[in-house]
Design a protein around this ligand. Structure first.
Ligand code: BG6
Ligand code: MG
Length: 239
C-alpha cells in the first residue's frame, strides 16, 4: 500500500512551469532569429504548446536545450559554465534562459493552493512526503512561495548534478527520493505534470504514477498514453 508521496515542483506544487516556458521562448526565439539570419534557412519560432512539453518540461537545463536543438537539426558546442548568450553555446543559452526565468520568478511565485492543502492533510495523516525537481531554482522557488518546511525530503537539480543522477525520463531522482524516505518504490506515489516525469515514474516502477494536468484534455490524454495510472486536474482527485 502507498505510504509515501513524491511531488514534482514546477506545475504541480507551484505555478512555475508556465514561467519556465515563457523564459525558454524568449531565449530560443532570439536564438532562432539569429540562426535564420546566419544560415538563410528560416526557423519557426518556439512553440510553447508543442516544444515545451515535448523537449524541455521536467528535463535538466542542458539536456532540454540539446533535445530542442536536435528537434530542429541544430547543433552548438557545450561551451563553459561562464559562457553568455553571445558565445552561442549550450551553457551560454542556458545562462540566458536562467536570467530571464529568475527575473520573472523573483517577482513572485503563485502556489497551487489545492496541492498545498492536500499535502498538509496527507502529512497530518502520517504520509512520508518528498519534493523533487530537475530545477536548480527549486530551493529559491520554495522559499519565495513560503513552502520551505513543507517537505521531509527535498531533491533538486543541484543535488541531481552533484550525485550524477540522470535527468527524467530516467527514474534516478525519484528512486533517490524513495531511498531518502526509506520506502520501497511500490509503496510510493509519484505526482507529475511533465511527460518526462510520468515516464520516469513508470521506469522506476512506482506504486502509483499520477499525471497532473492543469491544461486541456489532450495534454491529459498524452500523460495516460505515456503510462500514468490516472490523470487528475486538481487535488484531491476529481471524481
Ligand atoms: C523543470 C522545468 O522543472 O526544470 C524545465 O519543467 C526546466 O522547464 C528544468 O528547464 C530545469 O530548471 P532550471 O531552473 O535548473 O533551469
Ligand atoms: Mg513539472
Amino acid at each position: 500500500h502507498i505510504r509515501a508521496l513524491i511531488f514534482d515542483l514546477d506545475g504541480v506544487v507551484t505555478q512555475t512551469a508556465k514561467l519556465h516556458a515563457a523564459a525558454w521562448k524568449k531565449m530560443f526565439d532570439e536564438f532562432l532569429q539569429n540562426a535564420t539570419q546566419n544560415t538563410g534557412k528560416s526557423q519557426a519560432p518556439f512553440n510553447i504548446e508543442n516544444d515545451y512539453p515535448r523537449y524541455l518540461d521536467g528535463i535538466s537545463r542542458t539536456e532540454g536545450i540539446r533535445n530542442f536543438l536536435a528537434s530542429r537539426n541544430l547543433k552548438i558546442p557545450l561551451g563553459k559554465p561562464e559562457d553568455t548568450f553571445e558565445n552561442q553555446t549550450i551553457w551560454g543559452l542556458g545562462n540566458q534562459k536562467n536570467a530571464y526565468y529568475q527575473e520573472i520568478m523573483r517577482q513572485g511565485v503563485d502556489v497551487y493552493e489545492d496541492t498545498v492543502a492536500w499535502i498538509k492533510q496527507k502529512r497530518a495523516e502520517g504520509f512520508r512526503i518528498a519534493i523533487i525537481s530537475a530545477s536548480k531554482n527549486c530551493r529559491e522557488v520554495l522559499r519565495i512561495a513560503g513552502l520551505e518546511t513543507l517537505f521531509e525530503v527535498q531533491l533538486d537539480g543541484i543535488e541531481a548534478e552533484n550525485r550524477l543522477l540522470k535527468t527524467k525520463p530516467e527514474p534516478d531522482i525519484f528512486l533517490e527520493a524513495a531511498k531518502a524516505l526509506n520506502v520501497q518504490t511500490t509503496e510510493a506515489a509519484v505526482f507529475e505534470d511533465a511527460r518526462a516525469g510520468v515516464q520516469a515514474g513508470k521506469a522506476g516502477k512506482f506504486g502509483l504514477v499520477v499525471g497532473v494536468n492543469r491544461k486541456d484534455a489532450s495534454a491529459g490524454k498524452e500523460l495516460l498514453e505515456l503510462g500514468a495510472d490516472l490523470v487528475i486536474t486538481q487535488f484531491p482527485a476529481d471524481e
